[in-house]
Design a binder for this molecule. Structure first.
Ligand SMILES: Nc1nc2c(ncn2[C@@H]2O[C@H](COP(=O)(O)OP(=O)(O)OP(=O)(O)O)[C@@H](O)[C@H]2O)c(=O)[nH]1
Ligand SMILES: [Mg+2]
Length: 196
């Protein structure tokens, strides 16, 4: 699949602000700064579609993007950002919960982890949560350009083990710098949204 059209739809906090449920959705989840917004820009070939920042905590709302007029990619705000207040972190939790638990057209959540590190306790918690809701099974290891091939392979096995991925679960290393993994990931997304 090629993404030929990508439009920003809406930034939402409450359910009332979500677009209707008529199109399938795939969401990107992961720690702040892991590269969710960069991945969206990479897949859509649009450098400025989603806002990217060196400082964690850039994406604070649920951002919906219409892809090829046929499905949506949803850029979620990241977790694990140390500088947010307790009340902010609680409202983040509620906002995520409401979206992930009550969205019939949400088909899959891509869990992003940094390929350089072992998944954090929060990554594990998030992944368990996604499993519980039947949204797990697709993991992307970001920033693959930062490691040698050997190191990357070693870390991919570690990530598989740490998240207890099963044989059929998919783990793809990607890089927003050299475009590693994009075709493979687009192929998987295509299958999911077209129900194949
Ligand atoms: N080297 C390298 N840097 C990357 C890659 N992907 C993202 N980055 C950098 O990582 C930083 C964070 O990227 P974002 O895409 O804003 O991360 P995010 O997950 O959307 O973060 P929040 O919105 O805070 O949740 C930016 O400085 C990006 O340029 C990658 O594949 N390789
Ligand atoms: Mg972001």
């Amino acid at each position: 699949m090629k993404i030929t059209k990508a439009d920003f739809l809406v930034s939402a906090v409450t359910e009332k602000q979500y677009p209707d449920e008529s199109l399938p959705e795939i969401a990107f989840a992961g720690r702040s700064n892991v590269g969710k917004s960069s991945l969206l820009n990479l897949l859509t070939n649009r450098r400025k579609l989603a806002k990217v920042s060196q400082n964690p905590g850039k994406t604070r709302q649920i951002n919906f993007f219409l892809i090829n007029d046929s499905f949506r990619i949803v850029d979620l705000p990241g977790y694990g950002y140390a500088r947010v207040s307790r009340s902010e972190s609680e409202s983040w939790g509620k906002m995520m919960e409401r979206y992930l638990e009550n969205r019939p057209n949400l088909l899959k959540v891509v869990q992003l982890v940094d390929c350089r590190h072992e998944p954090s306790a929060q990554d594990l918690q998030m992944y368990e949560y996604l499993k519980y809701y039947g949204l797990a099974g697709l993991v992307v290891a970001t920033k693959a350009d930062k490691l040698s091939k050997n190191e990357l392979n070693k870390n991919l096995s570690l990530i598989r083990k740490s998240l207890s991925l099963e044989k059929d679960d998919i783990l793809i290393a990607v890089s927003a710098v050299n475009r590693t993994g994009t075709d493979e990931l687009l192929g998987v997304i295509d299958k999911i949204v077209s129900g194949r």
